[in-house]
Design a binder for this molecule. Sequence first.
Ligand SMILES: [Zn+2]
Length: 306
Amino acid sequence: MKPTLFLSHPTCQLHDMGDTHPESPDRLFAINQLVQKTDWDEKLIFVDAPKIDVDWLSRVHPKHHVEALMELSPREGLVSIDGDTGLNPYSIMAARHAVGAAIHATDEVIAGDVKNAFCAVRPPGHHAESAIAMGFCLFNSVALAAERALAAGMSRVAIVDFDVHHGNGTVEIFQDRPEVLVCSSFQYPFYPGRYDTVNRPNICLTPLSAGSDGAVFRAALEQQWTKAILEHQPEMIFISAGFDAHRDDPLGGLNLSDDDFFWVTQFIQDLAKQTAGGRIVSLLEGGYDLNALARSVVQHLNGLID
Ligand SMILES: [Zn+2]
């Protein structure tokens, strides 16, 4: 059986927006610690993520926007982009490795030597709109990966997003691109309150009220995502894998358990097998309770490997 690729890069742990910021380097430390402790029996291959060329970013983000972000990059200290997003001297490099992981994973899964891939990277990306960095996100890695698959000759792809926060950036980028299906489940109403009522055939929105548990989550996805994905027939599925819908998460208000992340992974895998030859690339988005995050990522990997 082909292995699952696990991509990360040490630079992703140097991006730091301050001691009290929930999107901290500790997130990757916690994930790596638990993942390294687990016996994967050669089903998981660890790879250092390459850094994406700046030119590739303009597939999604206008050149002037990328240049402006790079010019903001400080030599020392921290500069803020908005109330909750900032740059330290390593942030742009970390973001380029995060995108590089997503692109390399896409190439490898398309080449067929690996079964699927998970990118344990930060900063996350799904709140980044084409010309706005926000919500802890600089570049929209999942959107850039989807563009890579299309550039490689695929005619239809899907992005599914189960982060507790709506993937506004991904919807903004693809709302007028019928070849890209975007399915997003999220607490509603909630941050960021943007692009969460878009009405297009290729945008499948699954708002969940605060307090919703795994049963509600599973029923909603089975009802809405199955139909959307089977109709779209994507050749590859990308996952914006946020784990902040976990009941222990300090930012989110949903009540998912570790098991729900195994379930959702297998649910997506089943749909990918039916439509996309099993091709999946998954990217870390949110998840801010360190223990719940690490355990949920292991469940997600169990689901990808299985
Ligand atoms: Zn989130």
